[in-house]
Design a protein around this ligand. Structure first.
Ligand SMILES: Cc1ncc(COP(=O)(O)O)c(C=O)c1O
Length: 464
């Protein structure tokens, strides 16, 4: 029996949510309306008198249906976008319902305890040093920012400079070494931290986007003073991994802080088959990763992991006389993240890890990588279709007719056709379609349907 005090707008939202989920596996993946048509539906003068809440929710749901890509669909292969496990979504619904401010322990001891347990599971599952601290942030960008703030604090404090107190003006110069294949969020994080992008020292990458260790060694030999090296596990295009064990050895010799942007690649550690790709990653000082990508929890959810909790905490913590902060074992989340008030976003991570177990995460990684391989194989059997990368993980780069214009046209036409969705990129100077298999629900049938649709589009464009 429904509780008669229950707000009908919530029932309405649940029906819309279920309707969306029911259609996810079969619907057109792309958007059907452009900006102008969408604005025409959504735009209205903000009236003095409000409107019926259920009608507002109906309006939003009707426009979402035509204006969103179904990026949680099993046939969505754009960018690196995970789906959402039902248990993760269920937990996320409750996070919104409970509306906890998870910033400090005193407001939400439950959220703090969930974070603590989930952090331990993540370190175990990904086989990272157990003393590491973990911040639950919004995504890879903020994970990179948080880890690199800890790095900035760590390398400067080791030469006697407190950047939190004294800032960067007059500070010893910090050498920032990044790969030519780094993700753009590394640059952005460095900008937020006061290191201009012109000061970044770039190390050459090979044809798969991996740092060339000999170039790194050569560069470090010319440097002196505090140094941060940014390596990568999982190139956003090719999925390739830097040679991390070798890089860790070089960083150790140079006394540098090694940060690894592993937005999705870190999860390879959960798989016996793929863990070797990240061999040596545990020797780094910090790791940025996402849960909304490969763990398939809803947006937004990332993890900043730092081997040196004192540096992590010094870079993030804030205090004020009106707060109730713990001095003891209890966890105040604001010690580990840039936000102050925040959503209890560790709860879906806890729920998903507990429901899947380590075996479930391994299975997820293994299945996605197998599907990426199948997709590459199905596509490259066609004359004129070329796979540009070594498909080592869940990413494939595909080029059509060895022609930039045709490749871009195939990407656009595939998006319009709607069976699946893939995005484009430029790889080693050539246009390519990026295919990222990151959704828990992607089946072999989704792959074969999608490959057939892509090839049909390619053939029809070739004939023009
Ligand atoms: C290697 C890498 N780093 C960082 C990011 C940024 O992550 P987010 O979009 O969660 O901020 C991405 C996103 O694709 C990525 O692939």
């Amino acid at each position: 029996m429904p509780n008669d005090r229950r707000d009908p707008v919530l029932e309405k939202a649940r029906d819309h949510a279920n309707g969306y989920l029911d259609g996810l596996a079969t619907r057109h993946i792309g958007v059907k309306l452009g900006r102008d048509e969408m604005l025409a539906q959504l735009q209205a003068p903000l009236a003095a008198e409000g409107e019926n809440p259920a009608a507002v929710i109906d309006l939003l749901a009707s426009q979402a249906e035509v204006g969103m890509t179904a990026c949680s669909s099993p046939r969505y292969f754009g960018f690196v976008i995970g789906g959402t496990y039902p248990v993760a979504l269920a937990a996320d619904w409750l996070v919104s319902t409970w509306d906890q401010n998870a910033g400090i322990h005193a407001i939400s001891p439950f959220s703090a305890a969930v974070e603590e347990v989930a952090a331990g599971w993540v370190l175990d599952l990904l086989d990272l040093p157990h003393e590491s601290s973990v911040g639950f942030v919004t995504g890879g960008q903020m994970a990179n920012f948080t880890c690199l703030a800890a790095a900035r604090h760590g390398v400067l404090s080791r030469v006697g400079w407190d950047v939190e107190l004294d800032g960067l003006a007059g500070a010893p110069v910090v050498n920032i070494v990044v790969s030519a294949g780094s993700h753009v969020t590394i640059e952005a994080a460095m900008r937020y931290l006061g290191f201009g992008t012109r000061s970044l020292l770039r190390v050459e990458a090979d044809e798969q986007g991996r740092i060339r260790p000999e170039s790194l060694r050569k560069l470090l030999a010319t440097l002196d003073g505090p140094t941060i090296i940014c390596a990568q596990a999982g190139n956003v295009n090719s999925g390739s991994f830097d040679p991390l064990r070798e890089i860790a050895g070089i960083a150790l010799e140079a006394g540098a802080w090694l940060h690894v942007d592993s937005a999705f690649g870190l999860w390879a550690r959960a798989s016996k088959t793929f863990a070797h790709l990240a061999d040596g990653i545990d020797l780094a000082d910090s790791w940025a990763t996402d849960a909304h990508k490969w763990l398939n929890v809803p947006y937004d959810s990332g993890l900043a992991i730092v081997k040196h909790p004192a540096d992590h905490r010094a870079a993030m913590t804030s205090s004020a006389s009106y707060l109730i902060q713990t001095q003891g074992a209890e966890r105040d989340a604001l010690d580990w993240v840039p936000e102050f008030s925040r959503r209890a976003r560790a709860i879906p991570i806890y729920a998903t890890l507990r429901a899947l177990g380590s075996g479930g995460v391994e299975d997820l990684v293994d299945r996605n990588c197998a599907r990426a391989r199948e997709m590459a194989t199905a596509l490259e059997q066609e004359d004129g279709v070329q796979v540009l990368n070594d498909v080592v993980l869940n990413q494939a780069l595909v080029r059509f007719g060895n022609d930039d214009e045709l490749t871009r046209a195939v990407v656009t036409a595939v998006q319009a056709e709607g069976t699946c969705w893939a995005s484009g990129t430029t790889w080693n100077g050539h246009a390519a379609m990026r295919i990222s298999v990151s959704n828990w629900a992607t089946s072999p049938d989704d792959v074969s349907q999608s490959a057939s649709a892509i090839l049909a589009v390619y053939r029809s464009l070739q004939q023009r």
